[in-house]
Design a protein. Structure first.
Length: 266
């Protein structure tokens, strides 16, 4: 996403078009999972490589595209459905369709928890929607001792309306977890973590309209930019987050046998 350079930039139409093509194309992708309406693909790297590109797709009956778009933007609601999330908040806005935010999530024990600072941009296209991000550095939000700072090279969602109040959701991610992970973790992402995450988003979409009716129903700054009260952030304050500048930990020796039971059950 960062075009290989040092300058932080806000994605333009060509970036969104490229992202959409990656979501919809099957060329070069290897199917890793296909059950109950959820498909997972991986691309490119060897299975032993931790910086894999993963793509998932789920058909969401009874959830309109605009509802899922709201779900993925609404940080207050995310606390209700994203059980892996530790904390998330918006840091500041760049433009009417771009901001900077923080997200931390629980990795399966005994792995260390990860966090991100990302530049996020979104594009509504009539019936379809896209949200994409990549990692940046913000001087007020440096890496923390209690987390491993991971790097999103490119992550995002494509929501395609199917008519009749249904949609198809694509999630594509290429993340450097800043750690040499055991192979079982890499396999588990495509076989368990990714499908489960997609089903959670779908269920969150089904429940969102009722929740939103009871929680500030008119407040949607991602739709109505005039509602956005975040402080402005200048691109000059940010720099590209390069993975090689961060701590790299070796967790290859961790055994799947030590995986906490709650991770299996979730």
């Amino acid at each position: 996403m960062s075009r290989g350079g040092e300058m932080v930039y806000i994605p333009d139409d060509s970036d969104f078009s490229s992202f959409r093509d990656q979501c919809e194309s099957l060329e070069g992708w290897h199917c890793r999972y296909n059950k109950a309406g959820v498909t997972v693909w991986s691309q490119g790297q060897e299975e032993s490589c931790t910086v894999q590109k993963i793509k998932t797709r789920i058909s969401c009956k009874d959830v309109p595209a605009e509802t899922l778009y709201d779900v993925l933007h609404d940080t207050r609601y995310r606390k209700k459905w994203d059980s892996n999330m530790i904390e998330t908040y918006d840091i500041g806005r760049l433009t009417v369709n771009a901001d900077v935010g923080y997200y931390s999530w629980k990795c399966p024990s005994p792995l260390k928890n990860r966090d991100f600072v990302t530049l996020r941009s979104w594009l509504p296209l009539g019936n379809d929607y896209m949200i994409i991000n990549y990692s940046v550095k913000h001087p007020k939000y440096p890496p923390r001792k209690d987390f491993v700072r991971a790097v999103s090279l490119q992550t995002g969602y494509l929501i395609k309306a199917n008519g009749d109040g249904a949609c198809t959701l694509y999630y594509l991610t290429q993340v450097d977890p800043r750690g040499s992970l055991p192979k079982w973790v890499v396999n588990r992402v495509s076989q368990f973590v990714a499908p489960k995450a997609m089903k959670k988003i779908y269920k969150a979409g089904l429940k969102y309209p009722e929740w939103k009716r009871r929680h500030d129903p008119e407040y949607k700054p991602w739709v109505y930019p005039e509602q956005n009260t975040l402080p402005s952030v200048s691109l000059a304050e940010l720099s590209v987050q390069h993975a090689d500048s961060l701590e790299n930990i070796d967790e290859t020796g961790l055994s799947e046998e030590h995986l906490s039971t709650s991770d299996h059950e979730a």
